[in-house]
Design a protein around this ligand. Structure first.
Ligand code: PEP
Length: 248
């Protein structure tokens, strides 16, 4: 049985005062039946870890190296040292803004796993790629190049995030979500065998909100969500967590 996971990505949002939202989540979910992960900006990771209770804290990126002359970057070991348990890698905003390739993502994933962090690796197609009926080809290529051979159900989570659905209010149909999630599951089983392939959790991300979460969580092979905008306010994120809990 895969444990459900609700993950929040604050992106470049959040000052120390906003950790009040985390406080609200931590007191509401003292012993949650689903896993909850919140990924604030790097400046808040250590403080968030000190007051997150049963909620795991993650980073939004890490460097593939352990240390060195990389101004502005942070290593997986630094996130781990700050108390983080996970890191988002290969988000489409990183792939676009920083020209990260899937090979870069795989190198980062290896570093993250070596430091003891679980990776949430993001995959997603552009609108042009979907309209050209290339979605599965794109997802398959990103999946095989981004995921290291050492993947397990404990050190890897995959988030399917169609680029055109992120922050836009647009959401694929439930059939479209199911098609991609079933495809990812099949690819993982082929590459890693049924044991590992069936144990990796698959999240959907892209405009998940309190009013569409329950329908999305009913789709086959959707084990949770990666939530951007709606994770900024504890009320909205709680409604999504509760929908996931009800689907479990
Ligand atoms: C994201 O940034 O991973 C995301 C899914 O954002 P949003 O929920 O705002 O679409």
């Amino acid at each position: 049985m895969r444990r459900k996971l609700a993950a929040g990505n604050w992106k470049m949002n959040g000052l120390r005062a906003d950790l009040a939202e985390l406080d609200a989540l931590a007191s509401r979910y003292e012993a949650p039946e689903v896993d909850i992960l919140l990924c604030p900006p790097a400046t808040l990771v250590a403080e968030a870890c000190a007051r997150s209770g049963a909620i795991s804290i993650g980073g939004q990126d890490c460097h593939s190296g352990q240390s060195g002359a990389h101004t502005g970057d942070i290593s997986a070991m630094m996130l781990k040292d700050a108390g983080a348990g996970a890191v988002i890698l290969g988000h489409s905003e990183r792939r676009e803004d920083h020209e990260e390739s899937s090979e870069d993502v795989r190198a980062k994933a290896l570093a993250a796993n070596a430091a003891g962090l679980m990776c949430v690796i993001c995959l997603g197609e552009s609108l042009e790629q979907r309209e050209a009926a290339n979605t599965l080809e794109i997802i398959g290529g990103q999946l095989s190049a981004s995921v290291p051979d050492t993947a397990t159900g404990e050190n890897l989570v995959i988030a399917y995030e169609p680029i055109w659905a992120i922050g836009t209010g647009l959401v694929p149909s439930l059939d479209q979500i199911g098609e991609v999630h079933d495809f990812i599951r099949t690819q993982l089983e082929r590459r890693f065998g049924a044991g590992v392939g069936r144990s990796v959790r698959l999240l959907y991300g892209g405009s998940v909100k309190p009013d569409n979460a329950a329908d999305i969580f009913a789709v086959s092979n959707v084990d949770g969500a990666l939530v951007g905008g709606a994770s900024l306010k504890s009320g909205d994120f709680s409604a999504i967590i509760d929908a996931l809990n009800d689907s479990a």
